[in-house]
Design a protein around this ligand. Sequence first.
Ligand code: PLP
Length: 447
Amino acid sequence: MNEIRRLATETPRPNNLDAFWMGFTNNRAYKSTPRLIAAAEGMHYYTPEGREVLDGTAGLWCVNAGHGRPEVTEAIKRQAEKMDFAPTFVVGHPIAFEAAARLAEITPPGLDRIFWTNSGSESADTALKIALAYQKAIGQSQRVRLVGRERGYHGVGFGGMSVGGIGPNRKQFGAMLPYVDHLPHTHAPEHNAFSRGQPAWGAHLADQLESLVALHGDTIAAVMVEPLAGSTGVLVPPKDYLQRLRASCDKHGILLIFDEVITGFSRLGAPFASERLGVTPDLLTMAKGLTNAAVPMGAVACKDTIYRAIVEGAPAGIELFHGYTYSGHPLACAAALASMEIHRADDLPGRVRAIEDYFADGAHSLKGLPNVVDIRNLGLVAGIELAPRPGKPTDRGMRVFNHCFDNGLLTRVTGDIVALSPPLIVEKAHVDRIFGTLADAIRAEAA
Ligand SMILES: Cc1ncc(COP(=O)(O)O)c(C=O)c1O
């Protein structure tokens, strides 16, 4: 038995599952049939029974360099021994500056001012606040409106939730932020089902921003979209869609925010989706792969012009009344530096580009299986949409998830859509196993 599997089997099982209220989980179903993971290495998780589970989702789209990277573990350990914590309000510590400078080397050109957060949700809310502060700083105080997109996911803070467009994530929580509007989503299976890579149909949907401008005049501060929408079940931007959105934003003085929490850190074969898709936003949010998920951390990269308008334009004193106790946490910075070095040294963007066609072939090989109504992919992301069981939406997706997990594959399901986003160190044999196991699960569920 390998060492990591032994560690998993020696992990004591919790004897009380009641206290932990799990997020985005059917707690009652889970606690009646708990599926536990106790250890991880490389491409795999290990259960307390010692079962190996291939990680088809890089945890939650975040362990991009694979699990248990010793470089990251060592960096965290060394930093913890040197200094566990220091604030970044009024005082600062070297590694927070070092990590920001290193990150600014890989962010898109011009986006070289970094604001540290601790999660994707905080990054989304931070970017929205910076956008509003910027418009005010340049004398555009009437620009208070924020625009998102249907089916968008920007985390669970009130800003990201309001600008996000996933109905179930909003409807328990009251009125949302005021002055928010939404673009239509880009999913239209009658036009773009089974597209390989970016769909040819749908660029014109970006022009809906022109209609919102006609409606709201010069009151829109910013538009926030995921370049590739992940959490809603993988929606790949149609060709030229983001270019048209960029052009509309420029024409009307609206800031464009890309939420790259999932697409950042090499997932689409470039450090950021922005580079892969050829569109540079004004602000870019990230989290997840930044530290290889070993320590929670997020960031917002902004254009220098935005930073300067807010900071140099402010009266003496604090320029932006925003920040988190753990912004630039030393352990997170250590993990981020080590993780960014792995992306460079191991050329993770290059690895993605080398295997993405094979991965796309695997995904599209599922076409024709029972209930498969669409397959979407880009880089190392794929979404397999299943027709819901009559009268039981989400049931089929959950059954496929359970079948996969019980047969050694971790997937992610959103409703009846199965999403795959393996660690970027994935090899062809893993790709075969991912789509082979998923195909078996889809067939078994239909039988
Ligand atoms: C695009 C996007 N934005 C924001 C978030 C929220 O990140 P977190 O869960 O770290 O708050 C996510 C999480 O999946 C995401 O995919």
